[in-house]
Design a protein around this ligand. Structure first.
Ligand SMILES: *Cc1c(COP(=O)(O)O)cnc(C)c1O
Length: 751
């Protein structure tokens, strides 16, 4: 397979008409003649961005010829060496292995300090050997470097795909050939390219190993990732963390078991509760009036508090075994709240069998000391005696995995190790027997990318960009001044002006008020700065509405129409992420688009001008001014006091009438009826009821509707009727047209 990794030469004489210029060009020519690409630069330019390009290079040749080193005084030499050294330091922050050569006419290694020499793969003396000889030496080192880049599975898959053997196994497209037989198939083939299709193979290919049995190159890759992530065991999962969560649960939870679960968990955890027949006892997180989910207070993790919750639950208190099987918490909530895992482990001791941290949003944390103890599993972390610790991570959310790339990490207890054979029975229960090999390869590559020192540098970069974004937003705010408005970024104010500052700035301390979660014990939680929640004007932290306001739904539709897609939108907040794929250009366009929005809003420009696509779809808004539309929606939010409803509904007292599995059984047996939301009071839901935003389930099957929740559903109905295009989506609601009018229903258990 042919890759493009050029040899990079940096020499100020690269284009010069002198001896040294022609020498270096001869070398470049000789390298090209051996079949490698060469790129020449005449200066280091912007060092940092240049060093980032290093990922495209196969090696560096840095000139230290006499010209650049001035007259040869000690001072000249040290200035010239400084730029070489700075460059090498930048490259080595990310890459220990790429070959670096120095290249000079007369200077020898004697004049180069040790700290530079140590990083080199060779010192080339111009004119001592033929350019051809030097070129072959360089290419040998460059090839050696490239040959060692690919981690085990990706390497085996590339070998297999380029091997061009005829296959008789699935998939039926036979390495893409089937697509060539039809015009639309041709189009598909051209779009995705030959390699993707050649690499789409089935598990009958022995030399690639088996994901489902964890053998061969797949298992080498999992072991490689386990080493990189510092876990005792690691399993790749190709059906997302939704599946990873179910695998973990089914490996340890059986019908009638008590489980302790974050009330604001992902729906895959609730599906796990239903599937396993567990009896859930919920830990309640705090919330602020922006609708941002805060931490579960530390006191909720006290085994005594948990025991009381079990006694207060009509099903749990009847359970034979009172020791909870598993505790699952969302480690990094949607909005970026983290827990100190070591504190939780210490508090719980061995009172719970298995601790499970849903780290869908946190695979990056282990690579940077910024997150020390604020993630489940990592280097040198103490073991519990009996308790196993699991982390499930969506490689595709914040690292470089393809969609659905996920992994399960395990830390053994001192006296109890995971039995991988038994665990795999649960893995099989939830895995397709035809895993997608490109996803496995992306799990493999995503892990290899984080190999030290690259992983730390990548995380540091995301942190840095995220914090720079906050600084930029504060600067804009300061320029507009007190009498004007601007968007705020939720979170503590960065204390330092440079770099990523101190991690302690992001730890939540007692008495902090910026978060609006009430008083939180110091050191138990942290805000992950790479998740940035932007607050629009109109609502304050106490839930008080201003006279005028800008609902976030309008801002995010505006941004979408200008090419910026938002991850999540709340009432007066929306949220963006600084993944390792973020670039300066990307967040800078966010800042400029927000300024554009402000301009259009302040001028109250009509919708047909500022959001033409949206206005074409919903002509009722065509001539409405942007500001007037914001005010109209704001006043409805205010009229319904929707900030309070959406907070209260999550904190309201919810009574379980049956276990989630029993409610599910009613649905499977059609022992349910579809009831209008006007008649829901006291009924038991058979559906998972989940409003978007925030996408956190409000009611779990088996729980009773209370008036707070019904009020919210009625609000959603009225609001949707008044503002088409801005609908609040509530999963679990059935919307049907009856007699020309849209009605809202929920499937509830028959009385
Ligand atoms: C996204 C998410 C999941 C599910 O992950 P997928 O990889 O999308 O299946 C699980 N838990 C949490 C907290 C999530 O945010």
């Amino acid at each position: 397979m042919k890759f493009r990794f050029p040899v990079v030469i940096i020499d100020e004489d690269f284009r010069a008409e002198n001896i040294s210029g022609s020498g270096v060009r001869d070398l470049a020519e000789a390298i090209k003649n051996e079949g490698m690409e060469v790129v020449g630069f005449t200066s280091y330019g912007d060092l940092t961005s240049f060093a980032q390009q290093a990922s495209r290079a196969s090696c560096f040749i840095l000139s230290i010829d006499d010209e650049e080193f001035g007259g040869g005084t000690d001072e000249d030499i040290s200035i010239a060496l400084k730029s070489v050294r700075d460059f090498i330091v930048e490259v080595r922050k990310r890459n220990n292995d790429i070959p670096i050569f120095l290249y000079g006419e007369t200077r020898t290694s004697r004049s180069i300090p040790n700290d530079i020499l140590r990083e080199l793969h060779g010192f080339i003396h111009m004119f001592e050997d033929t350019p051809e000889f030097v070129a072959r030496h360089i290419i040998r080192e460059a090839r050696k470097y490239l040959d060692n880049l690919a981690p085990p599975f990706f390497r085996a898959l590339m070998d297999y795909a380029s091997d061009s053997s005829y296959s008789w196994h699935c998939p039926g497209h036979s390495g893409g050939v089937a697509f060539l037989k039809s015009p639309v198939g041709q189009m598909f083939h051209q779009f995705f390219g030959e390699n993707m299709l050649r690499a789409d193979v089935c598990n009958a290919v022995d030399e690639l190993g088996q994901l489902l049995d964890h053998t061969g190159p797949v298992s080498s890759s999992e072991a490689n990732a386990a080493r990189i992530f510092n876990s005792d065991h690691l399993f790749f999962v190709t059906n997302g963390t939704s599946t990873s969560n179910k695998v973990v649960w089914h490996s340890t939870v059986a019908p009638g078991d008590i489980v302790v679960v974050d009330r604001n968990c992902h729906k895959s955890i609730l599906h796990s509760i239903i599937m396993t027949g567990a009896i859930p006892v919920f830990l309640m997180p705090t919330r602020n009036h922006y609708g941002i989910i805060g931490p579960i207070p530390k006191s909720e993790f006290d085994p005594e508090t948990i025991r009381k919750k079990i006694e207060a639950n009509p099903f749990a208190r009847e359970a034979k075994n009172k020791k909870p099987r598993i505790l699952t918490i969302t480690q990094s909530t949607y909005d970026g709240i983290l827990y100190n895992v070591e504190t939780i482990k210490a508090m719980l001791g061995n009172s719970i069998d298995t601790l499970h941290f849903d780290e869908a949003w946190l695979p990056h944390a282990t690579f940077h000391p910024f997150y020390r103890n604020m993630h489940a599993i990592g280097e040198g972390r103490p073991r519990s005696d009996e308790t196993l610790v699991f982390a499930t991570q969506s490689t595709h959310k914040l690292l470089a995995g393809l969609s659905q790339a996920s992994q399960i990490l395990v830390q053994d207890g001192k006296n109890r190790k995971l039995d991988t054979h038994r665990f795999n029975e649960s893995y099989l229960m939830h895995s397709s027997t035809s895993p997608q090999y490109s996803i496995i390869a992306s799990c493999d590559v995503a892990a290899a990318m984080m190999e030290p020192p690259g992983g730390k540098a990548l995380v540091e970069e995301s942190l840095h960009e995220a914090i720079e974004f906050r600084r930029a937003m504060l600067k804009v705010d300061a320029e507009f001044g007190k009498d004007d408005w601007w968007f705020k970024v939720w979170g503590p104010t960065p204390k330092s002006d440079e770099g990523i500052g101190d991690r302690d700035d992001w730890i939540i301390h007692e008495g902090d008020t910026w978060h609006g979660f009430g008083n939180i014990e110091s050191g138990f939680n942290m805000l992950d700065p790479i998740k940035s929640t932007i607050i629009t004007p109109g609502l304050d932290l106490d839930g008080e509405f201003a006279d005028d306001g800008i609902p976030a739904a309008i801002v995010s539709k505006y941004l979408a129409e200008h090419g910026i897609i938002i991850e999540k939108t709340g009432l007066y907040s929306f949220f963006i992420m600084f993944t390792i794929g973020i670039t300066k250009g990307r967040w800078n366009s966010m800042v400029t688009e927000l300024q554009q929005f402000k301009d259009d809003y302040d001028q109250n420009l009509p919708m047909w001008r500022v959001m033409p696509e949206f206005a074409a779809k919903f002509p009722q808004y065509e001539r409405v001014g942007l500001r007037d539309l914001c005010s109209a929606i704001h006043s409805v939010y205010k009229e319904y006091n929707v900030a309070r409803i959406t907070t209260d509904m999550y904190l309201s007292n919810i009574e379980p009438a049956m276990t989630p599995a029993d409610a599910w059984a009613k649905m499977a047996h059609r022992d349910v009826e579809r009831v209008s939301i006007d008649e829901l009071e006291g009924r038991v839901t058979a559906m998972l009821v989940t409003p978007y935003p925030p996408g956190i389930p409000l009611l779990v099957p088996g729980e009773r509707f209370n008036s707070t929740i019904i009020d919210y559903l009625k609000f959603a109905r009225d609001f949707n009727a008044r503002f088409p295009g801005f609908e609040t989506d509530v999963h679990g609601l059935v919307r049907e047209i009856v007699d020309g009018e849209e009605r809202y229903f929920v499937d509830v258990v028959k009385d």
